[in-house]
Design a protein around this ligand. Sequence first.
Ligand SMILES: [Zn+2]
Length: 180
Amino acid sequence: MDSLVEELLMGVVETLTGRNADFAATGAYSDLRLMPRLKTIVIGCVDPRVDPDEVLGIAPGEVATLRNVGGRVTPGLLHELEMLRTVVQAGGGDIGPGWEFIVLHHTDCGITRLEGQPAMLSQFFGTDQQHLAEQAVSDPRAAVARDVAALRDNPRVPGVRVSGLVYDVATGLTETVVQP
Ligand SMILES: [Zn+2]
C-alpha cells in the first residue's frame, strides 16, 4: 500500500499530527518571532491551491497572512488589521510606513460561484445588494484593484505600501496587477 493511502486510512488529523511531530523534530520553529520578519501582511483566499507561503515562497516567520473567501478587503478584514496593529503597538512598534500589504487574488476563485447569493455576498462586503457589482466578484483583476484602493491611505493602517497580485491557477504564475 502506498504511504499516502495508508496515511489517509489513518484519518486526517492523525496524519497531520504525525507530520507535526516531524516538524517539531526539525527545530525550525525555535528562532521565530511574533512580528513578521518582512513586516508584511498578505491578504489571500482560502483556496488550497493559493497558499501564499507556497506560491510566493514565503519562509516561516517572514509574513503574517489573513485569508478569507476570495482574499477580499471586507469590514471584517479591516477589523482584523486594526487588531493586528494594536498587537504590534502593544509590542512598542506600529503598522505603518515600512510595512507592506500584498493582496493576492486568483483566477477560478470559488467566490464567483456565489454570484447567485447576493444576500450572502452583501453581508460579507457590508454593502447593500444594489452596490454589490462594485465588488467585482467575477473579475480578479478588478477586485484586486478595488481592494488595494480600499487599503491605501486607510486611516486604520496609514502609510503602508500596498500592492495587488493575481495568481493564475493554470500557470502557477502571479501578475502584479497593482504596483506598490
Ligand atoms: Zn479563491
